[in-house]
Write a protein that binds this ligand. Sequence first.
Ligand code: ZN
Length: 54
Amino acid sequence: MPSYDYRCRKCGQQFTTREKIAEHNAGAATCPQCKSQEVERVMSSFYAKTPRKS
Ligand SMILES: [Zn+2]
């Protein structure tokens, strides 16, 4: 079961959820912090491109 990264548009919370493809297509993702469904998918490549500053 794949995992997906999301970011909440309301509170900015980032979270990872595991869901079935059917659930993913149904837009079942919900922010665990504010329960908003206004979340956007964060591509994993986003993190790969983000430079890490120590
Ligand atoms: Zn939220």
